[in-house]
Write a protein that binds this ligand. Structure first.
Ligand SMILES: C[S@@+](CC[C@H](N)C(=O)[O-])C[C@H]1O[C@@H](n2cnc3c(N)ncnc32)[C@H](O)[C@@H]1O
Length: 508
């Protein structure tokens, strides 16, 4: 067996040189020497490698769904969509197929979904939208998503849309005129909708500088709402985010869809709620499709931003029904064919790790900067909770007002994002995993100063040193260079370490 063949085989098995050496029970440097052609592999180890390859092929037959596509249900900052194959390869070196794997900080669920073809998954995240995505990704079946093709589903949707449209008609008329005027070059009404069109924000702190016609349209709408039987929780999207983030027409579509979905049998509804979040993520009218800030159409000098205006007109024209149908197909095509029993847990990772759980291998992708995900995705969170949160306020030009982002008050603040708490949070995570004798694959996202990315709260060097206190082996993997290094603090060159995606493989 030549050196190239050993390397191909090893990579095919998803093993690092060190891990393969461990599996074969030989000194860590031996595999490196074989691959570099420095020493010859003996017949005994050729036979052992052949055995490993046969076992891997058998697993691939047992788990045919393992070779799945990467499915990205929402646009998500810090999504590991680009790295899922690497995560899978590294996890394959830590857990055999069929063994449960924990996805801590599962976020958009893209990693859980990718791994779920060959492992039962325990997905954990503090956010409600993450739970909705996780349930739909891990337990959604093709036939659930096919319901989005049924005539009765869309008949009910049309009925509800018409009902809501009648109630919100004064605002819908105002919006129609604003959009036509913007196409003709008069964008002041459209700007007013984006800047101050949220009914919930105005209910909390009325804005005095709204155009009179918008105030009247809002008042007439509220009068209609008060004489209807509508529950506030039925129209969360329209009341909170219609105007700043979406057109009113679109939020009426989102609310009508939500109500239609709520009437479906439980498992179908749980799957279709995931599709709804994909739709919100696709149609939202923001730069980068996050939810931190509505679009800013007007420049500091009072002029319009022409490209943003174009984008606004395009985004607000997206048809909720069409987008939903297209996403339901994508979800169906990516649904999970196997019968593993997965778990999705909404909660704090550190509390979760205090429970006795039967899972020995974890992937963790914590946030690394001071930016709380709850700020970028609060809209999805409110759409999922459908509660009536009060909103964060600020004072501008002497006027109390709701913040532009329409953030729900009391958003979750992760200790992993707080400079004074991050080191302790990592230490608690490591110590709880070590207590369970569980292995950890930790993602460490890259930091590109040139691109204005935020600095990390923990340096790689500190993180490695900290992990070393709890795990007997800490190994670094750099996918860009395919470098594996066994670590100790002295071997770390701090500057070279801060520039690429990295993984720490922590084992006992
Ligand atoms: C880097 S993102 C994860 C991205 C994810 N791997 C993906 O591909 O979509 C970090 C996630 O950590 C979650 N989070 C932050 N602190 C948490 C905590 N203490 N417990 C649970 N989840 C937390 C955030 O809600 C966010 O979804």
């Amino acid at each position: 067996m030549n050196s190239e063949r050993i390397k191909t085989l090893r990579l095919g098995l998803g093993l690092s040189q060190t891990k393969l050496a461990q599996v074969l029970g030989i000194a860590p440097g031996t595999v490196n020497k074989w691959e570099a052609g420095k020493t010859k592999i003996s017949a005994k180890f050729v036979a052992a490698l052949d055995k490993l390859e046969v076992a891997a092929r058998r697993d691939a037959q047992v788990f045919p769904s393992a070779n799945r596509e990467v499915f990205r249900p929402i646009q998500y900052l810090g999504s590991k969509a680009r790295l899922v194959s690497t995560v899978r390869t590294l996890i394959q070196g830590m857990a055999s197929a069929g063994e449960t794997v924990g996805d801590l900080f599962c976020g958009s669920g893209v990693v859980s979904h990718f791994l779920s073809g060959e492992h039962p998954i325990i997905a954990v995240d503090i956010q409600g939208y993450s739970e909705v995505l996780g349930v739909a990704l891990l337990s959604g079946k093709q036939e659930h998503f096919e319901n989005a093709d049924s005539e009765s589903f869309w008949n009910r949707y049309s009925e509800l849309t018409s009902y809501l449209a009648a109630i919100y008609s004064p605002l819908l008329r105002y919006e129609e005129q604003a959009l036509s005027a913007a196409k003709e070059g008069n964008y002041s009404a459209l700007t007013a909708i984006v800047e101050s069109g949220s009914l919930a924000a105005n209910a909390q702190c009325p804005l005095h500088n709204r155009p009179r016609e918008l105030v009247m349209a809002m008042e007439a709408t509220l009068a209609n709402v008060s004489t209807s039987n509508l529950l506030a929780s039925s129209t969360t999207a329209t009341n909170y985010f219609g105007g700043p983030y979406f057109s009113y027409w679109q939020t009426i579509g989102l609310d009508a869809l939500y109500m239609t979905i709520a009437e479906q049998p439980r498992d179908i509804g749980a799957s279709l709620k995931g599709v709804l979040l994909s739709v919100a993520s696709e149609i939202v009218n923001t730069v980068g499709k996050q939810f931190a800030q509505p679009i800013k159409l007007i420049k500091a000098d009072g002029g319009i931003q022409p490209l943003l205006l174009q984008r606004t007109l395009r985004d607000r024209n997206l048809n909720v029904e069409e987008v939903f149908r297209a996403w339901a197909k994508k979800w169906g095509n990516n649904s999970n064919p196997n019968d593993f029993s997965h778990q999705v847990i909404r909660g704090d990772v550190l509390s979760y790790l205090e429970n006795p759980v039967d899972c020995k291998v974890y992937y963790a992708d914590p946030p690394y900067t001071i930016d709380h995900y709850s700020r970028f995705y609060h809209v999805l969170e409110t759409l999922v909770h459908r509660d009536e949160p009060s909103l964060d306020e600020t004072v501008r030009l002497g006027q109390r007002r709701v913040m532009r982002g329409i953030y729900r008050a009391g958003r979750y603040q992760s200790p992993f994002c707080i400079p004074s708490a991050a080191a302790q949070a990592y230490a608690s995570m490591f110590s709880r995993l070590a207590k369970k004798e569980a292995s950890l694959l930790l993602s460490y996202s890259h930091f590109e100063e040139d691109e204005g990315h935020r600095p990390r709260l923990m340096s790689m060097v500190d993180l490695v040193n900290l992990a070393g206190k709890y795990f007997s082996h800490v190994e670094l993997y750099e996918p860009d260079n395919h470098i594996h290094r066994k670590l100790n603090a002295a071997s770390l060159n701090a500057s070279s370490l801060e520039n690429a995606e990295k993984f720490l493989i922590c084992t006992h």
